[in-house]
Ligand binder design. Structure first.
Ligand code: FAD
Ligand code: NA7
Length: 487
């Protein structure tokens, strides 16, 4: 018999979440259509399929991070005996951007081939709801709208950077959507916002030899462990990145010489100030892309600019689901988007009942000493369990490879937040140091398996690594003992 709908599943958005869901569903035998369209940024940046992570997020960010770490490594190499001239070291920004963009284009290409192989239909158009089973899109500019119907719809439209509502912000500023393909050298850059995106951008710019300044409205890294966040900020300060604390931007103006005059206000001192920059980069958070979806026509409930879902990612309309950054109150991370999209497809088309577990997701801030964590912050543990019921093990440490180039070890620190009684179940692990993500990933699996302090301290370390420091955590905060190593 003729199917009731054109498709079993239509996915709105071809990013981490949408692609994972679409491919898995097609693999389960469903007839799947995926829409993806990127609206250009105010300065005209646009990109191909794959969403934020591939084009303007994780991937180009990690590559720029690596580029900046390599600059530092050249100086270290000299200390290790390499005969390289590290005096006139300068990056070729355009070459870096070209290399990064070439990699992205190859990923875009592979993504399209993969969709074809997996029999997911792809339409490069903006789309919206006409009713709860009908999606409308423009096939070609100027042409009439087309419609498709689907039994299930998955909304995976992600988000885009916000701009502050001040004069000059949109016309003269850029965001993370632009920086990875920016033609011009960034030069002296004001980074506004101290979330992880702002800090990461400031750090790779610094590592590449530019002069970033970070403007902080309140605190750095809201939502992360406070002690670790402050330590990270201190590390950045030591590396020569200035912070403008408790300051908000007021206006951006282009000067006669082409540079940008930024006026700002310090909310503590109540003083106004201004400074001149070559580039202003807004990193003040992201907004969910619900405005073009016509969600009212489908009856999907929203909260702020996000979509509200239940534990099975269902929206207020039972056959419409949402996954990835667009859902309210969940971690905005690519692996979260991918796994939740995949599990959803298996529930819809393969009889699975497995739900996404959003708890204890590890994450990393890619600053030059990286910060990675999994589980609870110290504050959260105290709030949920009470200070008397938790024990915090901590220590500073000295990575072996830091000695020869005499790198600062001042901010190499880690801690385990645990229950105080019994075998001391670990609630959170926090690490600042080299390759933090690589260090924490395995511990995240251990934590999800119920890791205790007893097991951790019975684990034999791998020597000489920095990860082994977790197996040597013997000092508790409660003891008041000095957590700095003797040698
Ligand atoms: P997206 O990847 O944003 O995909 C949504 C897609 O839908 C986009 O292509 C969008 O253009 C399209 N779309 C939107 N509306 C419509 C419409 N109406 N019609 C058709 N198409 C539409 N995460 C990590 O895990 N690790 C990191 O290191 C990391 N670094 C990051 C660095 C930066 C600078 C940024 C901005 C993000 C980073 N993230 C990182 C977060 C990660 O990129 C996101 O969590 C992830 O991309 C979310 O995937 P998504 O599928 O929900 O949305
Ligand atoms: P975040 O983590 O939301 O951080 C945004 C930062 O920008 C944060 O420091 C904010 O300070 C600051 N902010 C927000 N609005 C303003 C205005 N209007 N002026 C100045 N500063 C401002 O966003 P990211 O882009 O780093 O990360 C994107 C998402 O990925 C994020 O939502 C995470 O969940 C994952 P505040 O602390 O609010 O005072």
């Amino acid at each position: 018999s003729r199917p009731r709908y054109d498709y079993d599943l239509v996915v709105l958005g071809g990013g981490s979440a949408g692609l994972a869901c679409a491919k898995e569903a097609a693999g389960c035998g469903a007839r799947v259509l995926c829409f993806d369209y990127v609206k250009p940024t105010p300065v005209g940046t646009k990109w191909g399929i794959g969403g934020t992570c591939v084009n303007v997020g994780c991937i180009p960010k990690k590559l720029m991070h690596q580029a900046s770490l390599l600059g530092e490594a050249v100086h270290e190499a000299v200390a290790y005996g390499w005969n390289v001239d590290d005096q006139n070291l300068r990056p070729d920004w355009r070459k870096l951007v070209r290399s990064v963009q070439n990699h992205i284009k190859s990923v875009n290409w592979v993504t399209r081939v993969d969709l074809r192989d997996k029999k997911v239909e792809y339409v490069n158009s903006m789309c919206s709801f006409r009713d709860s089973h009908t999606i409308e899109y423009v096939a070609m500019p100027g042409a009439e709208n087309r419609q498709v119907t689907s039994e299930y719809v998955v909304v995976a439209v992600g988000g885009r950077p916000r701009y502050p509502d001040i004069p000059g912000a949109v016309e003269l500023g850029i965001t993370s959507d632009d920086i990875f393909s920016y033609e011009r050298e960034p030069g002296r850059t004001l980074v506004v916002g101290a979330g992880y995106v702002g800090l990461e951008c400031a750090c790779f710019l610094k590592g590449l030899g530019y002069e970033p300044t970070v403007m902080v409205r309140s605190i750095v890294l809201r939502g992360f462990d406070r002690q670790m966040s402050e330590l990270l900020a201190a590390m950045m300060t030591e590396r020569g990145i200035p912070f403008l604390g408790t300051t908000i931007p007021k206006a951006v103006e282009r000067q006669a010489d082409g540079r940008l005059l930024v006026r700002y206000h310090n909310t503590t001192t109540q003083k106004d100030g201004s400074d001149v920059f070559d580039t202003v980069l807004w990193a003040i958070g992201r907004k969910g892309l619900i405005e073009d979806l016509n969600l009212e026509a489908a009856g999907v409930k929203t909260h702020d600019d996000k979509i509200v879902v239940d534990g099975a990612e269902a929206t207020s309309v039972p056959h419409i689901f949402a996954v990835g950054d667009i859902i309210y109150g969940r971690p905005e991370l690519t692996p979260v988007a991918i796994l939740s999209g995949r599990l959803l497809a298996r529930r819809l088309f393969a009889g699975s009942t497995q739900l996404m577990d959003y708890a204890d997701v590890a994450t990393t801030v890619f600053t030059p000493l990286e910060y990675s964590c999994v589980g609870m912050s110290e504050e959260t543990a105290i709030e949920l369990r009470g200070a008397d019921n938790i024990e915090v093990f901590h220590g500073y440490y000295k990575p072996t490879e830091f000695f020869i180039p005499q790198k600062s070890v001042r901010h190499c620190y880690l801690k385990a937040v645990a229950e105080v009684s019994g075998d001391q179940k670990i609630l959170g692990l926090h690490y600042i140091g080299p390759v933090a993500g690589e260090v924490i990933q395995g511990f995240a699996a251990a934590l999800k398996s119920g890791l205790t302090v007893k097991t951790l301290l019975n684990t034999v370390g791998i020597h000489p690594t920095t990860a082994e420091e977790f197996t040597r955590l013997s000092i508790t905060k409660r003891s008041g003992r000095d957590p700095t190593p003797a040698s």
